[in-house]
Design a protein around this ligand. Structure first.
Ligand code: NCD
Length: 355
């Protein structure tokens, strides 16, 4: 496997990296008992500043199934963060007790910031509406298991493409596979953000955008549904207006391909009627289980990496300030950029262009 030290986004992964990870994952699925002592004594720290069921528990289960253990918090109110401790100090301390740190935050770029203060590998378990790379690894595993290979497919990403971090990550990752077309289905207000579309154009990824769900369904090989992300809306009335915009029912499924896969990172909030659950094409619960196995494959690698002294960034002269209100630099004001004031570029934490 190419050496990767932190998993923050999937923009730089290679096919070789994925294939090595996936083949390890398949071996774990086939022979889980071979791995029960493979990470004996290793410790995972999980820092969850936002609610989680699947990601948090599957990481803990993954560490334990490898013979390691896990500690952490699911609510920062029980930690010194509630006394005003910075992210940097919290990460310095937590990473000194563990062999890998998993972090989820409502702020975009939080895990990229954490890397600067951690002496062990950092995994992004979701940073605001930005990225969620390990959900994508679960998604890729599911596609590979169900279709035999990844490629030659039309995937419909449907719902909240603006704030949904899972769809931003899956788009990045699918760029390494051949002949993948995207059908981006969302209301106009929740379109895929320009910074994601720009990268898709740069990489030559083929996509169409539409608000029409029923019309798009028959051509899809995979339908990837997402929840409207209530917690990221500035205006609740806007959320109330848009929630329920797409609801997949058995009636819709009659118009889909006989082998179309229905995926969802979960939790769902009305966008897939429970009547669809018994359709064999609905694979979202299996998808969550594959997430545990691919996280085992990832931890197996990360747990054994050497500790490295962290290297915080020091700014020389005045540097740009990120204007994104959801960027981690808004709340952790000591975080600096490397781009000088006035120069063009992107925030090194949240990816947004400087304006
Ligand atoms: C997603 C997340 O947290 O981004 N869930 C997950 O991790 N499986 C999706 C969501 O919250 O809608």
């Amino acid at each position: 496997m190419d050496q990767m030290r932190n998993l923050i986004g999937l923009g730089d992964i290679s096919l070789q990296w994925w294939e090595a990870l996936y083949s390890r994952c398949c071996d774990i699925i086939a022979k889980p008992d071979d791995y029960i002592d493979s990470c004996k004594g290793k410790i995972l720290a999980s820092m969850f500043f936002e609610p989680s069921t699947r990601t948090s528990f599957s990481f803990q289960a993954a560490a334990q199934r490898l013979g390691g253990s896990a500690f952490g918090f699911a609510d920062p109110l029980g930690t010194s963060v509630s006394k005003g401790e910075t992210l940097a100090d919290t990460v310095r301390i937590v990473s000194s007790y563990a062999d890998t740190v998993v972090i989820r935050s409502p702020m975009e770029g939080a895990s990229a910031a954490a890397v600067l203060y951690s002496d062990v590998p950092v995994i992004n378990a979701g940073d605001g509406g930005h990225f969620h790379p390990t959900q994508t690894l679960a998604d890729l595993t599911t596609i590979a298991q169900k279709r035999g290979r990844i490629g030659d497919l039309c995937i419909g990403l449907c719902g909240d493409l603006k704030y949904g971090r899972t769809v931003h990550s899956i788009v990045e990752a699918l760029s390494i596979f051949p002949n993948v077309r995207f059908c981006l289905i969302s209301p106009n207000e929740l379109r895929m953000p320009e910074y994601v579309l720009d990268k898709m154009r740069m990489r030559g990824q083929e996509f169409t955008e539409t608000a029409l769900f029923a019309e798009s369904l028959p051509e899809l090989d995979i339908l990837y549904m997402t929840r409207i992300q209530r917690e990221r809306f500035e205006d609740v009335s806007e959320y109330l207006r848009l929630k329920g915009v797409y609801v997949l029912t058995n009636k819709d499924m009659q118009h889909a391909k006989h082998d179309m896969l229905v995926m969802h990172p979960l939790p769902r909030h009305g966008e897939i009627d429970p009547e669809v659950d018994s359709d064999p094409r609905a694979i979202y619960f299996e998808q969550a289980r594959y997430g545990m196995y691919i996280r085992m494959a990832l931890l197996l690698d990360f747990f054994h990496l050497p500790k490295l002294t962290p290297n915080p960034i020091v700014a020389f002269g005045d540097t740009q300030k990120c204007q994104n209100p959801a960027c981690i630099t808004q709340t952790e004001s000591y975080l600096v950029q490397t781009t000088p004031v006035g120069a063009a570029g992107k925030c090194r934490y949240c990816d947004k262009d400087f304006v």
